[in-house]
Design a protein. Structure first.
Length: 553
């Protein structure tokens, strides 16, 4: 979502005309203009206000009203000029400063808005005006990523007015951006304590609870919001995405579809439905919803990242790279998108590009374990084992509970045929994350290479149980069964490999080898030919084909 959407409390400009002790003709003129404004006849109102300005009577008021009207007409630059003119004719016209600053916020001109608030703060303001200037300046500092500066300013605002919820909520937002979620929750709780109906503070509290993986409490907070306002789409989205994490996909879809029913232009809800479907491995449907989300919000890096992941699920890696590049262009600190981009490029064999990306990420965040993990894995795959091991061991000093780091260390030793050492790291990975299919498969590969085929098979069965579409685990099981001369079982598993990946040349060669071993020489030859069609340099397939042909002579 756009950060502006997270700011629940903004300066709402309402044209409330003060009682002015002015000549009758001027009063009448303003009355007519404000009446037209309140009727939504903005162009006619503008004409009336310009007439007052032309009369040179209280021009600062006329320009101020013109600024408000230009804003209603969507003529923001003209509105800013009008507010500047109002300030020119009355340098302490606070309403003009506030209105100008608010419009600059809407225009995403954060620094200019901050400058405007700074001008205001030089005056001796009433407490309410000082509070607004401090808290809104704090909001703009958040938009510029100056989170600590924002917190300092918002603390100052609270000293001016300890009972206004906005500063507490904005402080919570700044703390969330600094990943200080527990402190953020305390700030949101303070806002809620002051105003138990302040829904946006509940919603942001739910965001923070999701980040610290307190999912049940996050759902309880979202339910509280929906109890107060059943049509709060932010709460529906928060509840929906929490249910996704808990793998309660149908409940999540029910929540998110209700959000869309309430607001058919809720891009976040469409994106979350796409994410739900992606988690359900319904990749084509996921992409359809994510495309709708991107049509509604073309600059949403999260939607691009999620779409990229779905494309990877369809093995459309080139398309995924294009989409993921868009995500990181929109947010150059979007580390999840960089990680997915590295995975997609790895599948395409673009190892140098992966290394380039990891270096870029590590320049931004030298302790980013995902980037160190990707770098270590590629270094191992390209034979730079010592560098790979050093990189991965360094990552473990940062996060010793990341199972993938141990898996990739196992891979680095496996590639060197140091199978016993590799197994130690695969075991550590499994201990941390018992559902890691890659670790079971890697350990099994090492055992097969050590001729411990019987020990390998239960590990591969476990990997397949976790992920029934894991082609490599089926292939290794077929290899182990073939080594054990269990050809009929091996043939069934090899057929499964071919079903899952019809372009897997090894599977066709193995099927041919099984048939050759069963003395079905004529039947074996088409499988060797298919393997060679897919990989013309496949020496084992060529040798096996010659042997089968020789047996037929």
């Amino acid at each position: 979502m756009n950060k502006k959407q997270l700011l629940s409390f903004c300066i709402i400009i309402t044209l409330v005309i003060p009682i002015l002790f002015t000549p009758v003709y001027a009063d009448d003129r303003y009355d007519k203009g404000t009446q037209l404004y309140n009727e939504g006849k903005f162009q006619a109102a503008l004409d009336e206000f310009n007439k007052v300005i032309a009369s040179k009577y209280k021009r600062e008021i006329g320009y101020y009203y013109c600024g408000l009207t230009y804003r209603q007409l969507g003529m923001n630059n003209e509105a800013i000029k009008a507010f500047d003119q109002a300030i020119k004719f009355s340098t302490n016209y606070y309403d003009a400063y506030f209105s100008k600053a608010d419009l600059l916020c809407v225009m995403d001109k954060c620094q200019e808005a901050i400058n405007c608030y700074d001008q205001l703060l030089r005056f001796k303001l009433e407490p309410a005006d000082k509070y607004y200037a401090l808290s809104y300046k704090g909001s703009e500092l958040i938009h510029l990523g100056k989170y600590q500066d924002a917190i300092t300013l918002l603390d100052e605002a609270v000293k001016v007015d300890a009972y206004d919820v906005y500063a507490y909520q904005e402080k919570g937002n700044a703390l969330s951006y600094l990943y200080k979620y527990q402190e953020a929750i305390e700030a949101y709780n303070k806002a809620i304590q002051i105003n138990e109906y302040y829904l946006s503070a509940y919603n942001r509290k739910a965001d923070a609870l999701i980040e610290i993986e307190n999912y049940q409490e996050a759902i309880a907070v979202s339910n509280k919001v929906l109890q107060l306002d059943p049509k709060d789409t932010y709460a529906l989205n928060n509840k929906g995405r929490t249910l996704i994490i808990l793998e309660k996909y149908q409940e999540a879809l029910d929540c998110l579809n209700l959000a869309i029913k309430l607001d058919p232009k809720d891009s976040w809800a469409y994106g979350n439905i796409g994410y739900t479907l992606e988690r359900m491995k319904k990749y084509d449907e996921a992409i359809m919803y994510l495309d709708i989300a991107l049509k509604l919000e073309p600059d949403d890096p999260w939607a691009y990242n999620t779409k990229g992941y779905a494309l990877m699920g369809l093995e459309k890696y080139k398309e995924a790279v294009e989409v993921l590049n868009k995500a990181v262009q929109l947010d150059n600190k979007y580390f999840d998108a960089y990680d997915n981009l590295c995975d997609a490029l790895s599948e395409l064999g673009s190892y140098q590009e992966v290394l380039n990306i990891t270096e870029k990420v590590l320049q931004i965040d030298p302790k980013n374990t995902a980037a160190l993990n990707d770098k270590g894995r590629i270094l191992a795959a390209t034979g730079k084992y010592a560098e790979a091991i050093a990189c991965l061991n360094y990552a473990i000093t940062i996060d010793s509970n990341d199972s993938t780091l141990y898996s990739n260390l196992g891979f680095a030793y496996e590639m060197q045929e140091k199978y016993s050492e590799a197994i130690k790291y695969y075991d550590k990975a499994i201990q941390i994350y018992p559902n890691g299919t890659y670790s079971y498969n890697g350990k099994a590969y090492c055992l097969i290479s050590m001729k411990k085929n019987i020990e390998a098979i239960p590990l591969l069965d476990k990997a397949i149980q976790i992920n029934p579409q894991y082609t490599e685990a089926y292939a290794n099981k077929a290899w182990a069964l073939t080594n054990l001369y269990k050809y009929q079982e091996a043939e069934i598993v090899t057929d499964k490999v071919i079903q899952l990946d019809p372009t897997y040349s090894w599977a066709y060669n193995n099927k041919g080898y099984i048939l050759l071993s069963l003395k079905k020489y004529k039947e074996s030859i088409p499988y060797f030919e298919k393997a060679l069609q897919l990989d013309p340099q496949y020496k084992d397939a060529a040798d096996n084909k010659r042997e089968a042909e020789g047996k037929l002579k």
